[in-house]
Design a protein around this ligand. Structure first.
Ligand SMILES: *Cc1c(COP(=O)(O)O)cnc(C)c1O
Length: 357
């Protein structure tokens, strides 16, 4: 026997891991600077680490109370009802829930190109078809309603990433509203704010009171440093928030994830330090990398280096792992995550040396 026809499905290519690269190069992982996956330069929230230690002896029980507590804390943070908070196994899990709630077999979605690889994957898992809208390098990857609408053809979900991975560009809330106004009533504008904490622009969550066709995605993977825990959430309009109960996987987020998330939400010091350092590093990259970079609202900067694969490989041999953006359709660009001051300085020095060769 065989699985169903998966020929349209692609394989997710993650940034290379420290252990993987260290093993390959015969290096000590501690000597490597990993700036390839937009992870938190300071590691996890210390409060979350503590909460996981303390929660370890409770992991025989299903996460009921901890799930409820976390939903309540998130709802309070955003001034929404608990029902409007859709917890998931990472932001990726939330993308799945939204696809599951929205898509009938054969429904289409519209995703940015270049863009986050999991949007089309998730849509296809849910028997959807995928169209794309193009963000143009010549326009600095500007995200305007017209750029999206040029390719729009009544799709059920339109994915907007703001700040956008891997380019760093953003869409303002005014433009999200215009886009929502100019698309069909049954089209959901899904604003992915995985990097929302790093920008100064307001969250599209501000629109949830007035609109039933905008939803927001947030994650604990980036600013809270909990990528390994797998925890994210959607914020959805009240009008259809009750759909979650019908489509979610029982116990969407684990006991340890919920405890960690709850602790991380309160760890202002870790968040502030992370955001401040990321903003500093963005500027540092703009000023000191000997190659064109783009303004970024995220914890990373896109940099045009010529042959991205060659540059990423050469930097890696020198101990600095950056993201080759060839798989994003940008074979001339690398994406460099904002590290600590020391990481950022090492990265700039190494990349500039590689570029000079
Ligand atoms: C990292 C990221 C996510 C979410 O990742 P999870 O680890 O699954 O929470 C979502 N969208 C974009 C654009 C991302 O870069």
């Amino acid at each position: 026997m065989q699985p169903r026809d998966l020929s349209a499905h692609t394989v997710y290519r993650a940034g290379r891991g420290v252990d993987e690269v260290a093993r390959e190069l015969g290096m000590d992982p501690d000597d490597l600077v990993k700036l390839a996956s937009n992870e938190n330069m300071y590691g996890p929230s210390p409060a979350a680490v503590e909460a996981i230690r303390e929660g370890a002896d409770r992991m025989h029980s299903y996460p009921k109370a901890s799930h409820a507590d976390l939903v309540e804390a998130i709802a309070e943070q955003w001034s929404v009802e608990g029902e409007q908070v859709w917890l998931g196994n990472g932001g990726d899990g939330v993308l799945d829930y939204l696809a599951r709630a929205m898509l009938e077999p054969g429904d289409a979605v519209l995703a940015p190109e270049p863009g986050f690889a999991y949007y089309p994957m998730s849509a296809r898992f849910h028997h959807g078809t995928v169209g794309t809208y193009k963000l143009s390098k010549a326009d600095d990857f500007a995200q305007t309603p017209d750029v999206v609408l040029d390719s729009y053809d009544g799709e059920r979900i339109v994915y907007v990433t703001s700040p956008h991975n891997p380019t760093g560009s953003e869409m303002t809330n005014e433009d999200v509203v215009e886009l929502a106004e100019r698309t069909d009533e049954e089209t959901l504008i899904l604003v992915d704010e995985a990097y929302g904490e790093f920008t100064e622009n307001p969250s599209a969550a501000d629109l949830l009171d007035e609109r039933d066709d905008v939803a927001v995605l947030r994650t604990f993977s980036k600013v809270y440093g909990l990528a390994g825990v797998r925890l994210g959430y959607g914020l959805v309009p009240e009008a259809w928030a009750d759909a979650y109960a019908r489509i979610n996987t029982p116990f969407a987020a684990s006991e340890l994830a919920c405890r960690a998330g709850l602790a991380a939400l309160d760890d202002d010091e870790h968040v502030e330090r992370t955001v401040e350092t990321a903003r500093w590093a963005r500027e540092y990259y703009h000023e000191h990398l000997d190659a064109p970079t783009w303004d970024s609202g995220g914890n990373f900067v896109l940099c045009e280096v010529g042959d991205a694969t060659a540059v990423a490989d050469a930097a890696e041999r020198e101990g600095v792992i950056v993201r080759d953006c060839t798989s994003f359709g940008l074979p001339e660009c690398v994406r460099v995550t904002c590290g600590t001051r020391e990481d950022a300085e090492t990265a700039v020095e190494t990349i500039n040396e590689v570029l000079a060769e």
